[in-house]
Design a binder for this molecule. Sequence first.
Ligand code: APR
Ligand code: PHB
Length: 404
Amino acid sequence: MLEAHRTPDRPVASAGVRTQVAIIGAGPAGLVLGALLQARGIDAVVLEARSREYVERRVRAGVLEQGTVDLLTELGVAGRLHREGLVHEGIELRFGGAGHRIALAALTGGRTITIYGQQEVVKDLIAARLDAGLALRFGVEDVRVEGVEGDAPAVRWRDGGGEQRLDCDVVAGCDGFHGVCRHRLPAAAARVFEREWPFAWLGILAQAPPVSDELIYCLSEHGFALASARSPSISRLYLQVAPDTGVEAWPEERIWDELERRLGESPPRGRLLERGVTPMRSYVREPLRHGRLFLAGDAAHIVPPTGAKGLNLAVADVRVLAAALERWYANGDESGLDAYSDVCLRRVWGVQFFSSWMTRMLHPAADGDPFALRLQLAELGYVCSSQAAARSLAENYVGLPYET
Ligand code: APR
Ligand code: PHB
């Protein structure tokens, strides 16, 4: 039986040498967990390797499921999201030179998605946490997680003040794919499931109006393209490229010309604000728990971006973790913590399935295999002509219900 530490009398804002939950990483997983624990009166310290400026500027995806928006709203951090986010009731699948709308809201009883950049979510959560006086340390170096096999874990790191140590009850490993936490699971007890996709995405952010009012997922014989948005004057666009591509191979003119060729229309052009290449990877590390260490978000799993699920899945994990911790602190009930990994993995694999399906259906093979391309066109044709198939895509895209 794990001995739960009761909520201390001191205010939740404390950032001393002891806390209840040490959260490693201030991405969406770590920051949403911090906010969920704050709402439950559970003390936490968030430790982030990068600077505040860096994490607030890091451009990532930007599609929020209805459930993610609802959660951020409940947490009181969605004021700007509701003012500036773009609510979409459908997406377009473009193939064979024609567009086909998937009516997300009509097919799912009114559920929608909201376009709002991940770094905007991160900015809002950081501001809310710091305004509430809660502990969030940037620029921590050489983070080490200790003692999670027993009941007195600690996190050590270095910063401007030298060597630091934080004692805690539980460590939440929210430090993404390049963090240290996932490596704390003993190799003998862990199973890794991995797939490298034979392409990458070149993404740009441009000072230009979006191509369309709704997202366009486009399969062309020249490759996949995606036209998204950030605001009425900022567009976000992606091109399927070879996995070893560097951005230098893609001067501005070439990017716009290729987008035009694949989309079959001229996207409004504008100054590039950002460009980068992201490899496409599917990854799951099971289980998500090792003693008092709980992994969440990209630290435990990666999905290819075609289903727009990375951030939403990270949020789904920490929902489960926060509820489990609440029960444990309230009455020592460990059942939620024991079930954490299995509950999360059911959703993780559901989302792996959806993201792989979208990825396979929309990216032509690099060798241009004509048989495979015909099958992709047939599948897309089916999805757009069968209400059952369209609903299947729509209910996954807006987010399947959470397990209770
Ligand atoms: N110590 C402290 N912080 C660390 C360390 C470390 N050793 N290593 C990494 N970090 C920080 C990173 O700088 C980053 O801010 O952990 C954070 C992890 O955040 P994300 O990578 O955004 O991961 P997560 O919060 O799980 O969110 C998943 O992010 O990668 C996207 O597409 C993905 O949208 C998805 C979402
Ligand atoms: C984005 O807007 O960045 C975006 C949209 C849809 C995706 C991936 C990324 O599938």
